[in-house]
Design a protein around this ligand. Structure first.
Ligand SMILES: *[C@@H]1O[C@H](CO)[C@@H](O)[C@H](O)[C@H]1NC(C)=O
Ligand SMILES: *[C@@H]1O[C@H](CO)[C@@H](O)[C@H](O)[C@H]1NC(C)=O
Ligand SMILES: *[C@@H]1O[C@H](CO)[C@@H](O)[C@H](O)[C@H]1NC(C)=O
Length: 540
């Protein structure tokens, strides 16, 4: 099965979606989360300064809604307060639609109803904008929420029940009726939630936008690093075969040094905060080093200096004496861009971080997300396959071991949970309708690069514009399931203009991770798409 699952296309992973225990990736995600908050802040003020027929700014409403901690056991009367935002500014009372922005594995802010594609669309369609922070993330958590006994009420199923309950709350608050069309939005994990909300509660939400939604849970996400390898050799984004080869060679040199048992040179060359003691630290160390490349591919261009082009430049053209020296320089550049004095390679400290029950109301909820990988999704980025360019010390077992150490969840249980998640939601063949799966898809990276160049910018994302156009399609027509392939659409759409597509706030041609073999485009929607396109919806 894994063999038929070779990914060849781009998936925009917005924030996490995948998981990996090492420290560097947590730093990268943290930086990214902050940066994205800042971006939405900026784009909001840009909107204010250049209103497209917008009226004055009314402040969004922030509130807390009391939810049952366990929706599935009404004899448990424990509750928690879930944070939400409402922006009434564009709403046409009383019948205008409702756009629901779904939160995920990090804190939300008021900008969840102030900037973004869904906000542009809300303005256009006169929609009421609401957003809901995910339970156990941000401020939507009880004081003791992260303890082992309390965290068990964290699950996507509970989160969907929260959404249903929030739907009721908003409906009552605004006296809504079935005439108010609900559309939900989400990207990455919330993209899956968006799809699943429509899937499980079709009477509550008319249509769903699922952007880069990793709807198919997978225990061993070994394909992730195959994709990273492919990206490192993709010339369209500044990679090359030589770059990939040197990365491989560099990691082999590092592995050899680790194998020799004398790690003092590695500690010095790669600015380890502490001495590497034992195999767990070694695995953490190569994991951290690999994270720099994974981060560059996954969030290509979003973190300054950390993109494929730059890393490959360092590996190849700045002619370091060796591949090992190239890695050393990559690590150095990364530390500078992140403002780090040293790299934390202690496995015990990593465990302690994930084991900490201290609540951080802003940023990514690392402990919570790791818990969800152990109990629902897997997605472990392993490197045991021969095609992975990094170190084979990054194993499935080492990541599953964290589930056991931190949450007392056995490896077998993780495996079963992942299987159940796919059974429960239908994996990548959910039987539902009016869900738009938006994926930055490219039959070849070159095509996307070409579009980006013509659009005048890089990095580039197609997701936003497509989502926009499709919401229009949803709201003006009754579309059956639309499985979305940008590449195919491009063939239909020679006249599609790509201005605004590139350089969009969230843009980056990130990862190639979609199971093409399984994501079939239903024939009728192909047909429908044809009609859609010839109707000129996309052509401007
Ligand atoms: C919850 O239920 C327990 C008994 O099961 C009761 O003692 C307690 O007062 C209840 N708390 C609230 C807030 O209703
Ligand atoms: C370890 O390697 C370093 C540098 O290569 C060398 O200076 C040192 O003597 C070695 N230590 C041992 C115990 O072999
Ligand atoms: C995690 O923390 C709990 C207490 O909060 C402690 O009992 C447990 O030993 C810790 N586990 C690890 C692996 O550090």
């Amino acid at each position: 099965m894994a063999g038929s699952w070779l990914p060849r296309c781009l998936l925009l992973l917005l924030l996490l979606g995948v998981s990996h225990g090492a420290w560097n990736m947590r730093q990268i995600r943290h930086t990214l989360h902050r940066q994205r908050q800042l971006d939405s802040f900026k784009s909001f003020y840009i909107r204010l300064a250049f209103p497209k027929g917008a009226s004055g700014y009314t402040e969004p409403i922030e509130g807390h809604y009391t939810q049952p901690l366990d929706h599935f056991n009404r004899r448990n009367n424990a509750t928690y307060r879930q944070r939400y935002w409402i922006n009434e500014e564009y709403w046409q009372r009383p019948d205008g639609p409702v756009f629901l922005y779904i939160g995920g594995e990090g804190s939300l802010s008021e900008f969840s109803v102030l900037s973004g594609e869904h906000v542009d669309l809300a303005q256009k369609h006169r929609a009421l904008l609401v957003s809901l922070e995910h339970r156990y993330y941000g401020a939507s958590i009880n004081q003791d929420g992260l303890t082992l006994s309390e965290i068990r009420f964290l699950s996507s199923q509970q989160a969907l029940a929260d959404l249903a309950s929030f739907h009721l709350f908003i409906s009552q608050k605004y006296n809504l009726s079935p005439r108010n069309t609900w559309i939900c939005y989400g990207g990455s994990y919330p993209g899956s939630l968006s799809a699943w909300f429509r899937l499980k509660f079709p009477h509550l939400v008319y249509g769903a936008i699922a952007s880069s939604a990793p709807v198919r849970a997978k225990l061993d996400f070994t394909d992730y690093n195959k994709v990273v390898a492919k990206s490192l050799s993709d010339e369209a984004i500044g990679g090359s075969a030589k770059c990939l080869d040197l990365v491989k060679e560099g990691f082999r040199a590092v592995d050899a040094l680790l194998h020799s048992g004398n790690t003092s040179e590695l500690e010095k060359d790669f600015s380890s905060c502490d001495a590497l003691s034992g195999p767990d630290d070694s695995a953490e160390f190569v994991g951290n080093l690999a994270d720099i490349f994974m981060g560059a591919v996954q969030y290509n261009g979003e973190i300054r200096g950390n993109n494929v082009r730059r890393l490959c430049q360092i590996m190849t053209t700045e002619s370091p004496q060796s591949a090992y020296e190239g890695l050393r320089k990559v690590n150095q550049g990364y530390m500078e861009s992140m403002g780090l004095q040293c790299v934390q390679n202690s496995y015990e400290k990593s465990v302690a971080d994930l084991n900490s029950t201290k609540i951080n109301p802003v940023g990514v909820g690392e402990r919570q997300w790791y818990y969800q990988t152990c109990t629902e999704f897997g997605y472990y980025q392993t490197c045991e396959d021969a095609l992975c360019p990094f170190s084979p010390l990054i194993t499935l077992n080492s990541q599953l071991a964290l589930c056991t150490r931190v949450f007392q969840i056995t490896m077998e249980s993780v495996q079963q949970s992942v299987e159940f998640t796919n059974e429960f939601y239908g994996a990548d063949h959910p039987k539902s309708s009016r869900i738009i799966f938006v994926n930055g898809y490219c039959g070849s990276g070159h095509l996307l690069a070409k579009i980006c160049r013509e659009g005048g910018g890089s990095p580039c994302s197609l997701s936003a514009e497509y989502a926009k156009a499709l919401v229009e399609a949803i709201s003006t027509t009754g579309i059956a399931t639309l499985m979305f392939y940008v590449y195919k659409h491009l063939q239909f759409l020679p006249k599609f203009t790509f201005s605004n597509v590139c350089g969009s706030a969230r843009g980056s041609p990130n990862l190639l991770l979609r199971d093409q073999g399984r994501l079939h485009m239903p024939r009728q929607s192909l047909h429908f798409n044809n009609r859609l396109f010839s109707g000129g919806l996309f052509t401007k």
